[in-house]
Design a protein around this ligand. Structure first.
Ligand code: FMN
Length: 243
């Protein structure tokens, strides 16, 4: 497979950097072709311009750094997005990568011939896989279903559902290293091994079963039909029930 690794950490000698280095080595050893977008090393400009275009910009209207990232995404079969959790979300440089690269006609605003908007499971990036790798200061129970941080699934919903799946990608369960501010050698070895294992199954792992927009679950206002997850609300209703 062609794998693009997007890395958003300012310090290559960090825990994140060590996991990235091992992850890239693992992918190459597995025979994958790998490219990287190391956003701090590239001095990526995360600030989008003033105007949101009313129409799809042509390739010539996009700046070369954006075109280069879109070309990497077109090339990729799978994208790994790695970052430390900062204030419940992505570092600004990574948010700005999505803001500038996932422009109209590429990440959103993609239409089918019949005029339907293709999003949430359909779109330019459909058929590609995505997997988040993150480190978080919080310990695992504090990011569980009743943890004070909110559960990891909820914290990642804007990125998983609102960005990657929105643009069409199949989103794999994330790889998370909790308690990441103090990681003794044995826990580092464990984290490295679980990342390796997840990279081995990058091609085959089951994606998170988000409901597709056009699969019949939503009405014309994009509200989940009353007979799906009846009476329930919250982010979890957008998952197809297991079994
Ligand atoms: C600006 C900033 C914001 C942070 N916000 C969070 C947070 O919201 N939740 C959390 O669990 N950890 C948070 N942390 C802790 C980082 O996630 C943690 O330091 C990092 O993942 C450790 O990995 P590293 O050594 O590779 O940077 C934050 C750290 C910084 C510097």
């Amino acid at each position: 497979m062609n794998v693009l690794w997007v890395f958003a950490h300012p310090e290559p000698r960090s825990l994140s950097g060590a996991l990235r280095d091992d992850g890239l080595r693992t992918l190459r050893a597995l025979g994958h072709d790998v490219r990287e977008s190391d956003l701090y090393a590239m001095k990526w400009n995360p600030v989008a311009g003033a105007a949101t275009p009313a129409r799809v910009p042509t390739r010539g209207e996009l700046s070369p750094d954006v075109v280069a990232e879109q070309d990497k995404l077109r090339w990729a079969d799978a994208v790994v997005v790695q970052f430390p959790l900062w204030w419940y979300g992505q570092p600004a440089i990574l948010k700005g990568w999505f803001d500038r690269v996932f422009v109209k006609g590429f990440g959103y605003g993609v239409r089918a011939e019949d005029g339907r908007t293709l999003r949430y499971g359909e779109g330019r990036l459909a058929g590609k896989r995505a997997m988040v790798v993150l480190t978080a200061g919080a310990r695992e129970p504090a990011m569980g279903p009743r943890g004070v941080n909110g559960s990891l699934d909820e914290v990642l919903f804007p990125l998983h559902h609102g960005t990657l799946f929105y643009a069409g990608m199949s989103v794999l369960p994330p790889v998370a290293v909790y308690g990441a501010d103090r990681v003794p050698d044995d826990r580092f070895a464990e984290a490295r091994e679980s990342l390796r294992e997840r990279l081995r199954t990058l091609e085959t792992a089951e994606p998170i079963p988000f409901r597709t927009q056009n699969g019949g679950d939503y009405d014309d206002d994009l509200v989940l039909r009353p007979d799906r997850a009846p009476g329930a609300a919250g982010l979890g209703i957008h998952l197809t029930p297991a079994g």
